[in-house]
Every structure is written in structure tokens, then in C-alpha cells.
Design a protein around this ligand. Sequence first.
Ligand SMILES: [Fe+2]
Ligand SMILES: [Fe+2]
Length: 199
Amino acid sequence: MISKLCKTKLYILRAQINTSSLEITKEIVDSRLRNAIELYIRSFHNKQTVFKMSKEEILKLLNQALELEHGAYVQYLSHAEVVDGINAEPIIERLKEIANDEKAHQEKFRTLIGLLGGVPSMGIAETHPAKDIKGILEQNLKDEKMAVDTYRAILEKLKKEKIKYYDFLLEHDIRHILMEEQEHITELELLLGTQGSSY
Ligand SMILES: [Fe+2]
Ligand SMILES: [Fe+2]
């Protein structure tokens, strides 16, 4: 299919030939047409490069998110073993339940990365030890907020990119994970007795 650009160039060339056919040789027409086609191909290639770069960038963000989920999973399970005392049992149970949510998030991110043709990271984000119940809950609250900020930034990025056949799927899954991280924030606040403080 001839692009708009080529059509315009052809129109101009035809007009020039009609008005001064003696001055325009076949070689000039050929070279001008070739230039117009090259320009069109180059502009198309540039668009492809831009798309590929943003896809790579999105894969990088998704892999960072996956590493955060690896870290969150390990951290919640480790913290669940550290908690003790008279009120420990319900908190241990809740930390393990949240760890299972983080595991499900890992699977979702891995699937999304695979769908985009990427390789899921096996890396893990930095984890943070904590000694007592308050310290554990505060640390995880801080990390949940960081996850929310990270996933919100990815969503913003996706809104700009429009990845043709994947954008709604990505947006839906990341939004779902983001909502669950916000639920984790609410639950940690409830356990800390600071409900609504992160509003
Ligand atoms: Fe998560
Ligand atoms: Fe979480």
C-alpha cells in the first residue's frame, strides 16, 4: 500500500512533469520516487524501534515487579516464623495468607512477562528482617506501600504506551494485583491499630 507521503510526492512529481516535461527526466523521477519511498520506510522502521524500546522497558518494569513479589513472599514467610507471644497465632496465620497472595502475584507477573515474549526474572528484591510483631507489621506496611507506588507507575506507563493487543490485559492484571496490595495495607494497619493512617 502506498503511504500518504508517497502519494503526495507522486502528485508533486506528476504536476512538475505536466508543467515542465522537458526539464524532468525519467532518472530524476526515479531518484525522487526512490527518496520518497526510503523516507517512508525509515519512518516506519523508526516507529517499530520506538515500540520495541517501550516493550523492553515494560518488560523491565514487570521483572522488577516480579522480583518485589519474590521478596515479599519470602519476607512474609520468614516473618511468620519469627512472630511469637500470646497474640502470635492469628498474626502468623494472616502473614502466611498474605504470602500466598504474593505467590499468586508472582505467577501473574510471570505469565504477563511470558506473553510479551520476555524471560521472567529469577532475582529477588531486597528483603528486611524484623524482630518483633510491631517491627514486622511496620516493615511490611512500608514494603506494601512501595509495591503500590511501583505498580501505579507501571499502570501510568501502560496508559501512555498502548500495546495494541496487550494493553487491556496488562492493565487489568496489574490493577487487580494493585488492589490486593492496597488490601494488604488495610490489613496491616488493622493489625497495627492504625486503620486509615495511610489514606
Ligand atoms: Fe504482591
Ligand atoms: Fe502485598
